[in-house]
Design a protein around this ligand. Structure first.
Ligand code: CTP
Ligand code: MG
Length: 392
């Protein structure tokens, strides 16, 4: 699967005040655009990064690009246009790929983009073809008339504040941009709106409240504060542990995978010790009890339940508190089944459930040298550790 990140950075940053355009100003000793480009260049699922720049900024851009490395290729930049929309359009017209290529369109002025949101953008695009990140709106929101008088109060539960990266298949994005250009419309401020206008359904996935855009001069003060010494964040590490006994059967669930085996496990749910240990570890970072607190075994609705929903729930709880999941680490303890052949698939599956890149998930396994209940193959166990950052 091809993924191209298009970073639009051809604006003049007029609202941020005079001087160097905002995307070339430094925060935390590094230009805004360098931070943005690095996030995409270092993402394991992004193959190419293409930037749209203003013709006056060529030397500035070269200065930024010179210091960057990463896994993805940084393509020769394209010259942007007078509006954001034309900048995106010019960039995508240069991509001669098959129509299924995933284009991530991101503002150069959003330097706080995390690997987890990029991951979710790619996954959502695979599922929906057009997907944009949104965050819930916490303030009461009203529509007003030209004089500032309230017309109506909106139902904020149905509202989302939209960010970038916005993800589309190349075919969808290109045809929408061409259609808009043909009708002489150049005023769409985001691609989600444009694609929606062109008639394609657009899905909203979970964004990140920290993925803000630097727009005004005051945003630079806030950005510096955020980067300075990690202030405002606390790192929490917590562990989880789970055991299930073997029982007659022909498969076990492990790390969200169904693995054929000569026995099954005795459990109320699907008995996936890996996902259960991870769920407890994540809940532990929040001090929010354990899996049984939220999904009591006495409740018949969890009988035979697939454990991915428990883990997805725990990840949502972290995000609901404004947290970020930095890393998940698991050790499986059993003589059999062998975990090695399933390690990569397990990693990908857990990453998809939690919404983090696979490199943020580690799977290890050990036998217990024929000692104890795992050694006697009476059951299997997993222990997990989760590292998250939470707002202080
Ligand atoms: N952008 C672009 N081409 C344009 C206008 C905007 O590539 N003709 C990019 C900007 O560089 C920015 C992103 O689109 O990364 C979001 O736009 P915005 O925040 O409005 O940036 P500016 O247009 O530069 O700022 P301002 O509107 O304050 O002038
Ligand atoms: Mg603008």
């Amino acid at each position: 699967m091809n993924v191209v990140a298009i970073i639009v950075a051809a604006g003049r940053g007029s609202r941020a005040g005079e001087g160097v355009p905002k995307q070339y100003r430094e925060i935390g000793g590094k230009p805004v655009l360098a931070r943005t480009l690095s996030a995409f260049l270092s993402h394991p699922r992004v193959g190419r990064v293409l930037c749209a720049i203003h013709p006056d900024d060529r030397a500035r851009y070269d200065g930024v690009a010179a210091g960057l490395g990463g896994l993805a290729a940084l393509l020769e930049p394209v010259t942007g246009g007078d509006t954001r929309q034309t900048s995106v359009h010019r960039a995508i017209e240069t991509i001669s790929d098959n129509s299924a290529t995933i284009c991530l369109v991101h503002d150069g002025a959003r330097p706080f983009i995390g690997a987890d949101v990029i991951e979710r953008a790619i996954e959502a695009c695979r599922l929906y073809g057009a997907a944009i990140p949104g965050t819930v709106v916490t303030d009461t929101t009203k529509r007003v008339d030209a004089d500032g008088n309230v017309v109506e109060t909106l139902d904020r539960t149905a509202l989302r504040a939209i960010q970038t990266p916005q993800a589309f298949t190349l075919a969808t994005l290109l045809s929408a941009h061409r259609a808009a250009a043909e009708t002489g419309r150049y005023d769409f401020t985001d691609d989600g709106h444009l694609v929606e206008w062109a008639g394609s359904p657009v899905h909203v996935f979970e964004g990140d409240p920290l993925n803000t855009k630097v727009t005004h001069a005051s945003d630079f003060v806030e950005a510096e504060r955020r980067l300075g010494s990690g202030a405002g964040w606390v790192t929490r590490v917590a562990t989880g542990f789970d055991v299930h006994a073997f029982a007659p059967g022909d498969h076990v669930w492990l790390g969200g995978l169904r693995i054929a085996h000569d026995v099954g496990v005795m459990a109320h749910s699907d008995g996936d010790v890996v996902l259960h240990a991870l769920t407890d570890a994540l809940l532990g970072t929040l001090g929010e009890g354990d899996i049984g607190t939220h999904f009591p075994p006495s409740d018949p609705q969890w009988k035979g339940a697939a454990s991915d929903r428990f883990l997805a729930f725990a990840a949502e709880q972290v995000r609901a508190q404004g947290g970020r999941i930095d890393h998940l680490d698991v050790t499986v303890l059993c003589e059999r089944p062998k975990v090695g052949p399933h390690r990569d698939a397990m990693r990908d599956r857990i990453a998809a459930i939690v919404g983090v890149p696979p490199r943020s998930v580690s799977i290890k396994a050990t036998t217990t040298e024929r000692l104890g209940f795992t050694g006697r193959s009476e059951g299997l166990a997993a222990q997990a550790a989760a590292t998250v950052r939470l707002p202080e």
